[in-house]
Design a protein around this ligand. Structure first.
Ligand code: EPU
Length: 346
């Protein structure tokens, strides 16, 4: 089924809770419905499709609408979890893009499929998890994705991309960058181990007792950690980490280390061989004096300065102004240009 709404408020579709409107909001339940919409058949509303902008959203938890959207916002309503195969200690699952991420994680643990427990409680949908290559507590979605099923938005044809073709890296995929706007994800295919192997190297998890540890224990701990640090979007609008942790050259890092010996840092590619260094954006923002501060109705969260929040009734401009002020100060102090993790919709 295809549903089209006009002059539609996106407040419930962006976790910042910004009251922006889309000229059209289009929801589809199957790849065929989407192809039908794209070929503009049968719907008089679509007669001017092609001259209007089109953007596909997921859960809206990594988006910043900077103004009303004068075009088509597409949203998937493709649901379902299908078991394709199970053998040699792994299960293959094909999951609809609109499935709620955390409900899917809970479902996998309940069915004896593991690996996603470290990614518990991330506000996302399954399709968006692939676009963003969501990550937390030492795990990334890309490590469990085998392939991604899409509809080519230019032809309406189904396409399958292998993991390698998706160009996954830290919070990034080709869907977010060079393919932006070209493909709509309908399903993600995951391969998960059927034996639980704890991944608890990340600080905060490493003190869990290993004896008799279950995936549910890890999930509970991750949920506890997230709740202690991150605001709940339904209570305080936010898009999780607003900025990426910046990756800088070893030379730049060495010069910063002279002045700031306590700067938190990690090898950029998750391995000690990389010459690039990832530094903590939260720390940079705190040192630049922004932790807990606000500009208008946009604020920097008191527990995790990487998270910008809507203090209530903020406009897009207020969030944009706060982010710009932080970027300017961090750049001035450390010579580091913070890059947003959220996608700005201009
Ligand atoms: N820190 C401060 N001040 C603070 C909070 C943190 O200086 O008030 C410093 C501390 O040194 C701390 C370090 O920042 O050790 C890292 O903090 P944290 O463990 O919270 O992780 P993060 O690097 O700030 C990243 C992800 C989060 C993810 C956590 C846990 C990015 C951009 N963010 O945050 O992802 O949940 O690690 O794995 O990589 C998201 O992407 O939306 C998100 C929330």
């Amino acid at each position: 089924m295809l549903t089209i709404k006009t002059n539609y408020s996106l407040k419930a579709h962006n976790s910042f809770g910004l009251d922006v409107k889309a000229r059209y909001f289009v929801e589809y339940e199957t790849a065929e419905d989407l192809a039908e919409f794209l070929s503009s058949s049968g719907t008089l509303e679509l007669s001017n499709f092609g001259t209007l902008e089109l953007f596909h959203i997921g859960s809206g938890s990594d988006l910043l609408f900077t103004k009303d959207f004068d075009g088509y916002i597409l949203h998937s309503a493709v649901k379902g979890i299908e078991k394709l195969d199970e053998r040699e200690g792994r299960v293959l699952l094909r999951v609809g893009a609109a499935e709620n991420w955390d409900e899917f994680v809970a479902w996998t643990i309940a069915h004896g499929y593991y690996g996603l427990e470290n990614l518990s409680l991330i506000p996302s949908e399954v399709g968006a998890a692939a676009v963003q290559n969501i990550g937390a507590y030492g795990a990334e979605a890309k490590d469990f994705i085998v392939s991604v099923d899409c509809v080519d938005m230019h032809t309406g044809q189904p396409v399958r991309h292998t993991n390698g073709e998706c160009g996954f890296s830290y919070r990034r995929s080709n869907y977010k960058e060079q393919w932006c706007g070209q493909f709509a994800i309908t399903h993600v295919i995951f391969s998960l181990p059927t034996e639980f192997e704890p991944n608890i190297r990340y600080k905060g998890l490493s003190d869990l007792p290993t004896d008799g540890l279950t995936a549910q224990d890890v999930r509970n701990k991750v949920i506890e950690l997230r709740r202690s640090k991150l605001p709940e979007p339904s209570q305080l609008g936010n898009a999780g980490s607003f900025f990426l942790n910046p990756i800088i050259t070893a030379e730049h890092f060495d010069s910063l280390l002279q002045q700031y010996p306590d700067i938190p840092h990690y090898p950029a590619a998750g391995n000690t061989l990389s010459s690039m260094v990832k530094v903590s954006a939260a720390w940079l923002i705190e040192k630049a004096g922004w932790k807990g501060r606000s500009l208008g109705r946009a604020g920097v969260y008191h527990n995790q300065p990487l998270v910008l929040v809507n203090l209530g009734g903020a406009t897009p401009d207020e969030i944009v102004a706060l982010a710009a002020a932080i970027v300017k100060d961090v750049e001035q102090m450390f010579g580091i240009a913070l890059k947003p993790e959220v996608i700005y919709l201009e």
